[in-house]
Design a protein around this ligand. Structure first.
Ligand code: HEC
Length: 129
């Protein structure tokens, strides 16, 4: 019994230490998970290549950008006039329910309600620079 307790303690200490040391790796892991969410839900219309607008605008550098401001992309008037800046909070609202945030947007309705998936996706968008 005692031995098992000690072993559990050692394992726990190891896990905690590793977690602290891996905060940076953690970010990369979140972004990697987010790439999966992106490929499944967004990539059909959005490129992660800065020079390419596909059906939707390129999302490289989107975090912190003014909505509807990517050159060479023809946005809806609704998005251009929205006055939004793509903070992490606004991106979260957008991917949870884009048509609630900007009713007349041309982007098809998306609804990623899962908080973890939202976090992963935002970590990935943050990595697109
Ligand atoms: C069916 C195609 C399609 C899908 C799928 C799609 N989008 Fe879009 N997205 C668009 C279009 C088109 C626009 C431009 C909307 C407008 O002008 O109103 C846009 C605009 C955006 C913008 C605003 C960019 C800017 O420069 O202001 C963000 C952010 C965005 N999409 C993120 C996403 C994310 C994240 C996903 C996946 C969860 C996604 N989109 C899925 C087509 C799509």
């Amino acid at each position: 019994m005692r031995k098992a307790g000690l072993l559990a303690g050692v394992v726990l200490a190891g896990v905690l230490g590793a977690a602290a040391a891996r905060a940076e790796d953690g970010k990369a892991a979140m972004a990697a998970a987010g790439e999966g969410v992106f490929n499944a839900n967004c990539h059909a219309c959005h490129s992660a290549d800065p020079s390419k607008n596909t059906f939707g605008p390129s999302l490289v550098g989107v975090v912190g950008r003014k909505a509807g401001s990517q050159p060479r992309f023809k946005y809806s008037k609704a998005l251009e006039d929205s006055g939004l800046t793509w903070t992490e909070d606004n991106l979260r609202l957008w991917i949870a329910d884009n048509t609630a945030l900007v009713p007349q947007t041309r982007m098809r309705h998306v609804a990623i309600a899962d908080k973890a998936q939202q976090d992963y996706l935002i970590a990935y968008l943050n990595s697109l620079k």
